[in-house]
Design a binder for this molecule. Structure first.
Ligand code: GAR
Length: 218
């Protein structure tokens, strides 16, 4: 079967993008990372993508009067690159409901918490402040409301008494790098289907089961 042409949208470091690029090297990975797009020219991930020979583009949101015009250019670029699946990976712009609806169930995101807990920013600081014992990451289909949408894969780590926001972020990031490729593969393989706003994983949905809980990734 032809690989799903996939774009990754970034705004910064791009470590999740790198995790996807690494996973996509495997012959049997069902997605090809064909395009990396950033809203910031100084995103470190861009250089990394270029080094690996992936087509990149910068569409700077500050050059547009409104979100719709910014997103029209993004859509044009995605269309020109024949993209079928879009992965947000630290893309720090809110998307309009029109864009999200146009890409419904073909647009996924990685978020550094076990959703629906800790939507938004500073998730690790808030997890520590709340005193939760486990924290983690979620790969999910994107809906118009921020950090909402059917969950594809989640991974968890313990919160340790010695944790700082930085140490916790590092442990969660390792989980993000494990679960995002699994989620992308499930979607690209059409093994993750949205039914009544929940994700059903087909029986032969790969090895997702053994990483739903990641006890320790330090
Ligand atoms: C990641 O931790 C990702 O989960 C988070 O931004 C970071 C990007 O890192 N995304 C969000 O908070 C979106 N709500 P990366 O650029 O190294 O992948």
């Amino acid at each position: 079967m032809a690989k799903t042409r996939t774009a990754v949208l970034i705004s910064g470091r791009g470590s999740n993008m790198v995790a996807l690029l690494n996973a996509a090297k495997a012959e049997d990975f069902p997605a090809e990372i064909a395009f990396v797009l950033s809203n910031r020219a100084d995103a470190a991930g861009l250089a990394e993508a270029e080094k690996r020979g992936v087509e990149t583009m910068v569409i700077d949101h500050r050059e547009f009067d409104d979100r719709a015009a910014f997103e029209a250019d993004i859509n044009q670029a995605l269309g020109d690159a024949n993209i079928e699946l879009v992965c947000l990976a630290g893309f720090m712009r809110l998307l309009t409901s029109e864009f999200v609806d146009a890409w419904r169930d073909r647009l996924i995101n990685i978020h550094p918490s076990i959703l629906p807990a800790f939507k938004g920013l500073q998730t690790h600081e808030r997890a520590l402040a709340a005193g939760v014992r486990i924290h983690g990451a979620t790969a999910h289909f994107v809906r118009a409301e921020m950090d909402e949408g059917p969950v594809i894969v989640q991974g968890a780590v313990p919160v340790l008494p010695s944790d700082t926001a930085e140490s916790l972020a590092e442990r969660v990031l390792a989980v993000e790098h494990r679960i995002y490729p699994i989620a992308v593969a499930l979607v690209a393989d059409r093994k993750a289907r949205v039914v009544s706003e929940k994700v059903m994983i087909d029986e032969d949905g790969g090895h997702a089961g053994d990483v739903l809980i990641v006890p320790h990734c330090a």
